[in-house]
Design a protein around this ligand. Structure first.
Ligand code: AP5
Length: 254
């Protein structure tokens, strides 16, 4: 499994510190990963972290971390957000933006960032643009992963996640060595509630209606890099890195 850096500040909020603190990286990449649910953004974010150093910041991971915290019950706003997520619907913009704004320190991080699952609506994209402009933290690119719907549904319905270390498997494409047991830590695998057929339908519809318009939004800003998400995860990652380095100029050290 690819090792994730400590993402405490992102997963638990600004009161938590990442240990060790990320080291400054040059070039420092600031990327958004776009693409339908299940296209492989999380898988790519982990591989891109290894290649580019930037930290994987997923809004879905923040919600899932809040759902499994044993030390405190979720706030009323978070409990409502989790209900939206279980149904496969988008969490309201105000809740998502509040959560991201609270974690703006992660966007300033000297290690750079890979935003996965955010922004997901035009409102969120506008809010992010304003924040990044105010902080003088320009995006380097927005990577849009493309895959036929049938393959997306198959990736989502076959996904299994480790209850403990959160490693991701697929029953056909990337099966664990022992059925339902994590190769890395031995814990049990589970199927995400929103990977059931009725939620998958809702998620794909939400993507078409609210997230797909971001492709044009970022194309107009000359930030869009479209990548076919077919082939093995390593092939897709190499394709992504090659496309990013083809763009000029290289990331600044701001
Ligand atoms: P989130 O966690 O962001 O889910 P998502 O965008 O639906 O993406 P997924 O995590 O399902 O898929 P992925 O593209 O990362 O694919 P993966 O790499 O796992 O959001 C969940 C929910 O939270 C949302 O529905 C919403 O309710 C809420 N939410 C989050 N952010 C929000 C926001 N900003 N605004 C509003 N609401 C928000 O891969 C999938 C499977 O495919 C795995 O099994 C993997 O092993 C397999 N696979 C990956 N790559 C390959 C490959 N190349 N070949 C074969 N199999 C592959």
């Amino acid at each position: 499994m690819t090792t994730q850096p400590d993402r405490s500040s992102w997963l638990q909020g600004p009161a938590a510190q990442c240990t060790p603190a990320p080291t400054p990286i040059v070039p420092r990449w600031r990327l958004v990963l776009l693409g339908a649910p299940g296209v492989g953004k999380g898988t790519q974010a982990q591989l891109l972290h290894q290649r580019l150093g930037a930290c994987h910041l997923s809004t879905g991971d923040v919600f899932r971390a809040a759902a499994t915290r044993k030390d405190c019950a979720p706030s009323p706003a978070m409990a409502t957000a989790l209900d939206y997520m279980r149904r496969g619907e988008l969490v309201p913009d105000t809740t998502v933006w509040e959560m991201v704004r609270e974690r703006a320190g992660c966007l300033r991080c000297a290690g750079g960032f890979l935003l996965d699952g955010f922004p997901r609506t035009l409102n969120q994209a506008e809010s992010l643009s304003q924040l990044l402009r105010a902080e003088n933290l320009p995006l380097n690119a927005v990577v849009d992963y493309e895959l036929p719907v049938a393959e997306i549904v198959s990736r989502l319905s076959g996904r299994r996640t480790c209850t403990s270390c959160k490693a991701v498997f697929h029953i056909a494409n990337q099966p664990p060595q022992r059925e339902n047991v994590c190769d890395h830590c031995g814990a049990t695998l589970f199927q995400r509630e929103d990977d059931r057929p009725e939620s998958i339908k809702v998620r794909l519809a939400a993507y078409d209606q609210s997230t797909a318009p971001l492709i044009d939004f970022y194309r107009r800003q000359n930030l869009l890099v479209s990548i076919p998400a077919t082939g093995s995860p390593d092939e897709i990652c190499s394709r992504t890195v090659a496309a990013l380095y083809q763009r000029a100029p290289l990331p600044t050290v701001v």
